[in-house]
Design a binder for this molecule. Structure first.
Ligand code: MTE
Ligand code: MO
Length: 577
């Protein structure tokens, strides 16, 4: 219920705020009150204010949290929720008997210039609030990040950990080193030793059973599979959508991913199809496989495990793998040790890490990550009208690409061509056939030569390099787009891709760079002057202290070009002469 104190007549005189100009110019949208013009008089609606509350008695009535919320035997960081509705209810009571700080407003306000960029304060607090085995999870997970990931990783969210490699390293190799592979977590990083590990298979299979890792690794029963697979998060390149327009701030902070939320690795494992067959196959109307990840995820004051599903048709095609090895090493803890799902050509969200259970079901999973998140909405769907059924559940990824070098807003001095690097990928088993780059905003396109593209593979990206011809100087727009083997390509503007969930930024990657072409004689000479005077060329916007043109030059020009006014008679005579 809205109380009248939340409303202010829109014609009330309000004093300027300190950053009034910025607010008026849409550079701090979060500070702008919502304007309600729907009634006879207009109103401002004040934004929600965070007033902490905590009902200690209600929380205490739940019982001893250390007893209630324990890890499963042999696991660290796996509290089982899905089998215990009463435990879920108790967690819900604890979480709804207090409130937590709202997520940071970084889309319509300033984004921190720190690493980690965002901390995930309320996610940590949810873990502390449940207590028990979750108490120490945020700190322990961060320790694993520091141990397993490259020191140069860009930490977008400290907890749950979300991180990508910096641009210069993302495509430095065709196969992503494990330490540089992006990570998207929805909770902590659970751990179980390989010897204690068991995978449960149940639901609509003929013979439900469990498998040890040794059983799954027995090549006489389950033939080994080795596959080069690109995993791409549907949030890859989200920052372009955010810069264009703000979208949903979900329970899971929508990490402001750039082009690094994609990675390519060689996975070793087995086909899930064979494991289903070992259980006697599917029965009744078994049509989907639900995957359970061990860590705790939170949504709308509820605790749960990470659960999603894929259709049987995908499994049947031998495109769903249970993997224990990544680039010749056992899976790192952060990437799902000891066993993860790798769903080839699908959104990363289906490749469940710390897999402990697979359940055959008849319809796509009702778990929130499947049914409420990772939905691709129509552009008119938003905060005010978002229904689950208005979104397409993202499975196969579309074709996409990115420019990793040069960078947006970079000043480039060159000799008529700009060296560009990047990646291209297509989902669903399609692959990049051609990558094209434009230096004029998408009018003329140059194809990347075959010999500067990494080899084709059915479920992997291709990295590419190109010397992009560029005659023009000043601000230019460089774009790249990919054509896959089905001749799918990318829309040219981010507007065409924008959606409320900020997923699947499939538009051509577009950057602005400032071109300084030394092939032009004047430019070359001018740059020599900077050099000989020992003056750096940048920053771009700082006026240069000495003139490009001498006064002699100036007068010589006007002697030739005179008169400096237009007199038709005079002009006519001039022509006769
Ligand atoms: N158990 C579990 N599996 C998970 C996730 C998770 O949070 N928990 N995140 C998913 C998402 S959204 C992506 S994009 C990929 C990322 O895989 P990576 O972290 O190994 O790169 O893992 C998927 N599998
Ligand atoms: Mo993802």
């Amino acid at each position: 219920m809205m109380t009248t104190t939340n409303r202010l007549p829109a014609d009330t005189h309000i004093h300027n705020r300190e950053d009034e100009w910025k607010i008026e110019q849409g550079l701090h949208g979060a500070a702008l009150p919502i304007l309600d013009q729907s009634g006879p008089e207009s109103y401002f609606i004040k934004p929600l204010e965070y007033v902490p509350f905590k009902d200690e008695n209600a929380i205490a009535s739940v019982g001893d949290r250390d007893m209630l919320f324990q890890d499963e035997p042999n696991w660290k960081g796996h509290i089982e929720w899905e089998n215990y509705p009463e435990k879920k209810e108790k967690a819900h009571k604890i979480l709804s008997s207090q409130n937590f700080p709202p997520p940071p407003e970084y889309q319509m306000g300033p984004i921190p210039g720190t690493n980690p960029v965002l901390e995930g304060v309320r996610w940590k607090q949810w873990h502390y609030a449940i207590g028990g085995a979750l108490k120490t999870v945020p700190e322990e997970s961060w320790e694993i990040v520091l141990k397993e990931k490259h020191p140069e990783m860009l930490h977008l969210l400290q907890f749950p950990y979300n991180g990508e490699s910096p641009k210069r390293l993302t495509t430095a190799k065709d196969i992503t080193p494990n330490s540089l592979h992006f990570v998207r977590n929805h909770g902590g990083i659970p751990y179980i030793s390989r010897d204690k590990y068991k995978l449960q298979l149940d639901g609509l299979v003929k013979n439900p059973r469990t498998f040890t890792l040794d059983e799954l690794m027995n090549p006489d029963v389950f033939p080994r599979m080795e596959k080069l697979v690109t995993i791409q998060c549907s949030g890859t390149r989200r920052i372009e959508q955010i810069v264009y327009n703000a979208g949903e701030g979900d329970e899971m902070i929508n990490a402001p991913w750039a082009e690094g939320a994609i990675g390519t690795a060689k996975y070793v494992g087995i086909s899930l199809k064979k494991v289903i067959k070992a259980c006697g196959g599917l029965i009744e109307d078994g049509k989907h496989l639900e995957f359970y990840g061990a860590e705790t995820y939170f949504k709308k004051n509820s605790a749960m495990n990470y659960v999603v599903s894929v259709p049987w048709s995908k499994v049947k095609a031998n495109e769903v793998m249970l993997a224990w090895e990544m680039n010749g090493e056992p899976l790192p803890k952060i990437h799902g040790y000891p066993l993860r799902v790798v769903v080839m050509g699908y959104i990363g969200a289906r490749s469940v890490k710390w897999l402990y259970r697979i359940k055959a079901i008849s319809n796509p999973s009702l778990a929130p990550v499947q049914s409420q998140e990772y939905l691709y909405f129509n552009q008119q769907t938003g905060k005010h009208n978002q229904r689950m059924t208005d979104g397409i559940q993202i499975q196969e990824m579309p074709v996409s690409s990115a420019i990793m070098m040069p960078w947006n807003k970079q000043v480039i001095i060159h000799n008529g061509s700009i060296h560009c690097k990047g990646w291209a990928y297509s989902g669903g088993g399609r692959w990049p056939e051609r990558v094209e780059v434009s230096a004029d905003g998408g009018f003329n396109w140059y194809a990347v030569p075959m010999d500067t593209m990494s080899p084709k593979a059915r479920f992997a990206w291709r990295t590419w390099e190109l010397d992009l011809p560029c005659e023009a100087e000043g601000w230019i727009e460089i774009l790249c787009r990919c054509w896959d083997n089905a001749l799918n390509t990318q829309p040219l503007n981010v507007r065409a891709a924008w959606n409320w969930g900020l997923h699947v930024t499939s538009s051509a990657h577009r950057i602005s760079v400032y071109s300084v072409n030394k092939k032009r004689e004047v430019t070359r000479k001018r740059l020599e002057e900077f050099e000989s005077r020992g003056v750096p060329f940048g920053p771009l916007t700082v006026p240069t202290e000495w003139q490009v043109q001498s006064w002699d030059d100036y007068h010589a020009y006007w002697n030739k070009a005179d008169p400096r006014d237009v007199d038709t008679e005079y002009h006519a005579e001039d022509l006769e002469g």
